[in-house]
Design a protein around this ligand. Structure first.
Ligand code: EPU
Length: 431
């Protein structure tokens, strides 16, 4: 298994280009199943998760070609015919978002058999809301032996769906199923994450009739078929936020490029509260912290536009070095403090009670061996390692490879002393 070695203590100076968003790219790839024409996705990140989903889509008959085009990295997905609607446990287990192929397969062919994803390290993560939404759209759902069997032989029908609480995945899943349903679907209490608007707008470019994306009510007028399109994947706000926090923690001056600053507005406000200087351009953000001490800042994660749960671990790494105590509350997932004991190995002083972590800032972190437990927790450990004295080795780097493109390259270009130690090929675990 690969590991990452970091010799901490160097401030970061330089530009970091932000890639396309993982959490948009994988939904857009799934949406390509809704048409028999090619979809060309540009600004595509090359990640373990996009590769894994590509393997799953290939089983359904999708032809996939990756290249470097005039607009950068691109992937063309073309499914002239769905040759199988079966998503096996072995692939879905490795990436839970692949469960979202169920809706598009069902909408296009009238039936699908998809493995249930199971729990993961950050929480139980059931898919009950996804299934209820598909049932509301007229699907007949059965479950046997860990598989969902869904049928809608005469097609799905528009319906009113009110989500009992906000779910990114269920909103996206219902949206992908509703675009080819007969009649109008009104979805209430939807998630407003920018990746959902990206998906909705791509679907509209494919001929769908979706409105209200980015708000809590989305209306979909079903159409009989969709066509091919070109679509540029939205920038990865979580990757951007991660490097912003890395710059704040290590000190120095980092300029993020190819980014939309408004998508990380709350995080940037928190960095200013913590003592950083932040300059927002049109598609750049500069984060500067020279001699200023890090001030303690409290935060509570929330659905968009609140503070993203996917940035909670990284911000905690910054707070371990603050001049005082900060309180971090996690409200989205029930078990998203797995990084706390690992930060403790680097000398951090954090006490967790329920969903609340009290972080007492320490004067310095010291390098150690640590274990990554999930994607964002791994990023938190890298950030802490950049600021720690001595060498930090992050084990189980395959988590990072799921969601960060060329992390070592981007950080080394800013002066970080970071390198990958090659190991055996890992078997990916669920996340
Ligand atoms: N939930 C249910 N039932 C459902 C669906 C969700 O109880 O049917 C619960 C979840 O267990 C969780 C909460 O609702 O406690 C919110 O989950 P949500 O459905 O919003 O999350 P998701 O769609 O599974 C996506 C991202 C996550 C990100 C969350 C929240 C993707 C592939 N994943 O997950 O990203 O943390 O939204 O913003 O888009 C990551 O990238 O590292 C990651 C975990």
């Amino acid at each position: 298994m690969d590991r990452i070695a970091i010799e901490g203590g160097s401030p970061l100076f330089g530009d970091i280009p932000i890639s396309g968003a993982k959490n948009s790219a994988i939904k857009l790839m799934a949406a390509s199943l809704l048409t028999s024409e090619p979809i060309r996705l540009t600004n595509m990140p090359r990640l373990a998760d996009t590769r894994l989903l590509g393997r799953l889509l290939a089983r359904f008959g999708t032809q996939i070609s990756e290249s470097d085009g005039p607009d950068g990295q691109q992937t063309v997905l073309h499914t002239p015919e769905i040759t199988s609607s079966f998503a096996p446990y072995d692939l879905v287990r490795q990436m839970r978002a692949s469960f979202n192929v169920l809706g598009p397969l069902l909408a296009r062919t009238g039936h699908a058999k998809v493995s249930l994803p199971g729990g993961c390290t950050i929480g139980a993560r059931p898919v009950d809301l996804h299934l209820k939404a598909l049932e509301a759209l007229g699907a007949h759902i059965d479950m046997h032996e860990g598989y969902v069997f869904a049928q809608a032989p005469r097609g799905l029908k528009g319906a009113e769906i009110e989500f009992p609480f906000v779910s990114v995945g269920a909103t996206e899943h219902a949206l992908m199923a509703a675009v080819l349903a007969h009649g109008t679907t009104v979805m209430k209490n939807c998630a407003c994450e920018p990746e959902i608007a990206d998906l909705a707008e791509c679907l509209n470019a494919m001929g769908a009739k979706v409105s209200g994306q980015g708000t809590t009510t989305i209306v979909v007028e079903g159409v009989t078929s969709l066509h091919g399109t070109d679509w540029s994947v939205i920038c990865d706000r979580i990757e951007a936020g991660t490097y912003a926090v890395a710059g704040a923690t290590a000190g120095g001056e980092v300029r993020l490029t190819r980014v939309r600053p408004e998508l990380i507005a709350i995080l940037l406000d928190k960095l200013v509260e913590a003592g950083c200087e932040v300059e927002r351009g049109t598609d750049t953000v500069t984060i500067r912290r020279k001699d200023a001490k890090i001030r303690p800042v409290d935060l509570t994660t929330d659905v968009y536009p609140g503070f993203a749960t996917d940035l909670q671990a990284q911000f905690m790494a910054l707070m371990t070095l603050a001049d005082g105590e900060s309180v971090i509350r996690e409200t989205i997932f029930e078990n998203r403090f797995m990084h706390v004991p690992e930060l403790g190995r680097l000398g951090a002083d954090i006490r967790v009670t329920g969903n609340e972590a009290r972080v007492h800032g320490v004067a310095e972190l010291r390098g150690a061996q640590v274990m990554a437990t999930d994607l964002r927790a791994s990023a938190c450990l890298v950030i802490a390692g950049l600021a720690a004295r001595g060498e930090t080795i992050v084990n189980r780097v395959y988590h990072l490879d799921r969601g960060f493109e060329n992390l070592e390259g981007k950080l080394s270009a800013c002066g970080a002393n970071i390198k990958r130690l090659k190991g055996d090929t890992p078997i990916m675990e669920e996340e």
